[in-house]
Design a protein around this ligand. Structure first.
Ligand SMILES: *[C@@H]1O[C@H](CO)[C@@H](O)[C@H](O)[C@H]1NC(C)=O
Ligand SMILES: *[C@@H]1O[C@H](CO)[C@@H](O)[C@H](O)[C@H]1NC(C)=O
Ligand SMILES: *[C@@H]1O[C@H](CO)[C@@H](O)[C@H](O)[C@H]1NC(C)=O
Ligand SMILES: *[C@@H]1O[C@H](CO)[C@@H](O)[C@H](O)[C@H]1NC(C)=O
Ligand SMILES: *[C@@H]1O[C@H](CO)[C@@H](O)[C@H](O)[C@H]1NC(C)=O
Ligand SMILES: *[C@@H]1O[C@H](CO)[C@@H](O)[C@H](O)[C@H]1NC(C)=O
Ligand SMILES: *[C@@H]1O[C@H](CO)[C@@H](O)[C@H](O)[C@H]1NC(C)=O
Ligand SMILES: *[C@@H]1O[C@H](CO)[C@@H](O)[C@H](O)[C@H]1NC(C)=O
Ligand SMILES: [Cu+2]
Length: 778
């Protein structure tokens, strides 16, 4: 019986006679059977290893979070804080605690030498509504653990907008307390027109907690231009699990400047593509019979749930288990779980996690040599378009919402392969540390194509006389962050050849619009009453390359076409040739991928060459959908989104420029707290410690296939960092997972497996021996 289920699981497709009923648990059970008998190693945990150093990038500990919380709340701190649960707009309260980035200048002497382990600091965001001029202010608290030498200082040095860690009240995060302050005005407006909203949309809004309410109110960002005013653009949807897909044609615009809610006022109401500055004007148009709801929205959202649809039928053989990637020989990577350190096939790296940025990688080395000091997300942005206030107003910077906190439990076998190592993620939340179990997965996966292969000689029955083929696989680390409507899947893959591939995919619900029949230029109709609103996604990353050491340059190799003559072709006269024009960039700049891919960009070591005298480097290989923000001068992305406006950028590394964006920048398009463009102040990037900033993204040309949710196959973007003369030859010669096949003069075929044969798994059961190798061999 045991054998049968293992066979069923592994070989359902190859041996259709073995019945494999669709069962998502099949693999799990099969793997635990194998591990029970210490057989194929299918579910053995990854071997452990001890990290060379204590992870200096780690998150602050749960004890530190609580101690910092207590310290800032103690009267002696002078911060005059109110417990968040009891606070109002005009109190001072903590919004969040996170781990502060540690200066590279302090970390390098520690990881590369005998320097002391750098101290950890917390960053604490305090909403200071209780001050005469209400603001949000960030603080750094450390060194940790809390002791008599721990200080609370303003955290200003990472922000270059001129006001340091301070954000004016109107520009600060629009939290539940601000929302609550605007609710009475919204309720009064919506109650006064409830007869109209019921007549037009069969819905009313009387307050989010009111039983009569059957519309959901949704807000957007930015809520301010420069922090001197604040507004709220509200759209309405039918409530439910797929609310994002059932918007209605009704928008309310409020002015919500300042902390005194009695001064808030209605800016206007929008419906039928018309703007009504007052309730009276809306009512007059309604009474005159000018308002209609031509494409009623559906309240039933079954069509928009990610469930099987009976009316679509079934596909032949689809009741069988789909192919799977399993680590048959046991895991080939090692982990130091405590230090969050990973070793895989020559790769070593540390991981870290923060509320604002999610997963970060540090000290990425290949065969003992550093390639990257840091690889981290900086922003996940989206900007929408439409002739209606919500879409036109919408720009998201997902760090604003603490994107790191949105990765939750992954589905083994679907989000990540069966047998993946699933790790918890943790982040500070209030006075404690929150755990999201199994929210990060690590797994090695078959690449689906050989790393390399070649055949020679075609005169035999096999079509070759010699053939070499090397197995391709990569180690992946993955998180999926569901920020509101979207699910962003971040995947970092470390390939056997020394290349790193970063990909981001988007699924989840479109932020859609009600359907307007004359607005096809903003996206297609995608259901009864819904239009897919066009938008850009831009994902910004930081890649602090340290090729061997910190002194690097950015090399541009342009393919140019020149007219030349060659004396051995006198008949041609002057003719066109391709040449490589290789130069080093001199100063910091933003730049784009060249048309037709005709420029190669590489980060090269300034002073390290390979055996052939070539500068050792890593190439930035564009992947799918390498875009930047389409719009250059929108009032909603004017100056706080500079990082989104080029494909690439290179700057000198500085301790006070760790981040490309600030998480509260979104509400300050005209007066950013942090201005990426200020990084470009003419400093040299030749033979310096340089940072490459790059954007991935998608022009989301919405389609009916975004219903019910956007598909990961199409909404995908990627980049590869590949060795470029970093080594003396391709990094495959030391791999034994390969075949060398020969056909001799008599036509007989033989092959070498270098000792890596397909495994034989013994299962002690009624059926004595399971030879997986036998089943799988051709
Ligand atoms: C909130 O205020 C109430 C009433 O003053 C008090 O009993 C309670 O302890 C406060 N909560 C916190 C978390 O301080
Ligand atoms: C402390 O904060 C409260 C609001 O929570 C404010 O009314 C009070 O003036 C503040 N006290 C001082 C000394 O700033
Ligand atoms: C929605 O609420 C309004 C006002 O309470 C009510 O008149 C209407 O019948 C409700 N519609 C549905 C579908 O429940
Ligand atoms: C992961 O989280 C779960 C649930 O909170 C907990 O039981 C488990 O001990 C955690 N694992 C580790 C390694 O901390
Ligand atoms: C080469 O010369 C030909 C003839 O003058 C001209 O048409 C062509 O544009 C030239 N190509 C380049 C790359 O300059
Ligand atoms: C090579 O590139 C450099 C830098 O862009 C440029 O100044 C130079 O003119 C180029 N040379 C040729 C032959 O195009
Ligand atoms: C490279 O290193 C060597 C040996 O340390 C030194 O002599 C040389 O000046 C360095 N060159 C550069 C460009 O830094
Ligand atoms: C990090 O470096 C910046 C810029 O030099 C400095 O202002 C800051 O105090 C340093 N942080 C720590 C924790 O030492
Ligand atoms: Cu999208």
């Amino acid at each position: 019986m045991l054998a049968e289920s293992l066979v069923a699981a592994l070989l359902a497709t190859a041996f259709p006679s073995v019945s494999a009923r669709p069962d998502p648990d099949l693999y799990r059970r099969a793997m635990s059977l194998a591990s029970d008998t210490r057989s194929c190693g299918l579910s053995d945990p990854a071997p452990t290893v001890k990290a060379p150093k204590i992870n200096p990038w780690s998150s602050i500990s749960p004890d530190d979070v609580t101690a910092v919380w207590d310290l800032v709340h103690a009267p002696a701190s002078g911060l005059n804080l109110t417990a968040p649960a009891n606070a109002t707009l005009t109190d001072n309260y903590v919004y969040f605690i996170d781990t502060l980035h540690t200066n590279k200048s302090e970390i390098l002497p520690y990881i590369d030498g005998n320097g002391p382990q750098p101290s950890k600091y917390a960053r604490v965001v305090i909403f200071e509504g209780g001050k005469e001029e209400p603001i949000s202010q960030e603080y750094m608290v450390g060194p940790l653990p809390v002791s008599s030498s721990t200080a609370i200082e303003k955290l200003d040095y990472i922000f270059n907008g001129g006001k340091g860690g301070e954000v004016p009240f109107n520009g600060r995060y629009y939290d539940g307390k601000r929302s609550a302050a605007t609710e009475p005005l919204l309720v009064s407006v919506m109650s006064s027109i409830s007869d109209i909203t019921v007549a037009l949309f069969d819905g009313g809004y009387f307050g989010s907690g009111d039983k009569r309410t059957n519309l959901t109110a949704g807000s957007t960002t930015p809520v301010s231009y420069d922090g001197t005013q604040a507004f709220r653009t509200i759209m309405f949807r039918y409530p439910g699990l797929a609310s994002y897909m059932t918007p209605i044609d009704l928008y309310v615009l409020l002015d919500i400047t300042g902390t005194d809610a009695t001064k808030y006022f209605l800016r206007g109401i929008v419906t039928n593509e018309r703007f009504f500055p007052t309730v009276a004007e809306l009512r007059a148009a309604y009474d005159a019979g000018e308002l209609k709801n031509e494409f009623p929205q559906t309240r039933d959202q079954e069509w928009a749930l990610l469930k099987p649809v009976a009316e679509m039928g079934v596909r032949d053989l689809e009741d069988r288990l789909a192919p799977q990637s399993v680590e048959l020989g046991g895991k080939r990577y090692k982990l130091d779980r405590e230090q969050q350190y990973v070793e895989y096939m020559g790769w070593t790296f540390y991981i870290s996690f923060s509320r604002t940025l999610g997963l970060m990688f540090y000290d990425i080395k290949f065969k003992g040599e550093r390639v990257l000091y840091e690889l981290s997300l900086q922003e996940a942005a989206a900007q929408y378009a439409g002739y209606q206030p919500k879409a036109a107003n919408t720009v998201y910077h997902d760090t604003y919402y603490s994107i790191g906190t949105y990765s939750a439990t992954l589905v083994e076998g679907f989000d990540c392969p069966f047998g993946s190592t699933l790790l918890n993620i943790t982040f500070p939340e209030g006075d404690h540390t929150e755990v999201h179990p199994d929210a990060l997965c690590i797994f090695e996966q078959d690449s689906g194509f050989p790393l390399a292969r070649h055949r020679t000689g075609g005169s035999t029955d096999y079509g070759f006389t010699r053939l070499g083929s090397v197995k391709g696989s990569a180690l992946h680390t993955r998180t999926v962050h569901t920020v509101g409507n979207y699910d962003y899947l971040f995947d970092y893959a470390f390939h056997l050849d020394g290349s790193i591939e970063i990909s981001v995919r988007a699924s989840g619900y479109l932020q859609s619009s009600p359907y307007y029949k004359d607005q096809g230029k903003y996206g297609p109709r995608i259901s009864e009453g819904t239009q897919g609103s066009y938008h850009d996604h831009v994902l910004s990353f930081k890649a602090d390359f340290d090729i061997v050491d910190a002194k690097n340059s950015l090399q541009s190799t342009e393919l140019i076409v020149v007219n030349q003559t060659q004396p051995w072709f006198p008949e041609l006269g002057i003719f066109e040739q391709m040449e490589l024009n290789t130069t080093l960039m001199s100063t910091e700049k933003q730049f784009n991928w060249a048309p037709n891919g005709q420029t190669m960009y590489s980060v090269v070591s300034s002073n390290s060459t390979n055996k052939w005298g070539e500068k050792r480097g890593y190439r930035l290989v564009p992947g799918r959908s390498n875009i930047h923000l389409s719009i250059g001068d929108s009032p909603f992305t004017r100056k706080q989104s500079g990082l989104l406006k080029s494909h690439l950028a290179v700057t000198q590394q500085h301790d006070n420029e760790p981040y490309a964006n600030s998480w509260q920048n979104i509400n300050l398009p005209e007066a950013p707290q942090h201005d990426f463009l200020k990084f470009f102040d003419g400093e040299s990037v030749d033979n310096e410690d340089i940072v490459v900033w790059f954007n991935l993204g998608m022009h989301h040309f919405t389609r009916s296939e975004d219903v019910p949710v956007t598909l990961f196959t199409e909404a995908v973007t990627s980049i590869v960092f590949a060795p470029q003369n970093f080594n003396d030859r391709a990094q495959e010669g030391d791999l034994r997972n390969r075949r060398w096949v020969e056909v001799d003069a008599e036509g007989a075929l033989s092959y070498e497996d270098y000792g890596v044969a397909l495994p034989t798994c013994k299962v002690e059961a009624e059926e004595p021996v399971l030879n997986i190798g036998e089943w799988l061999s051709i």
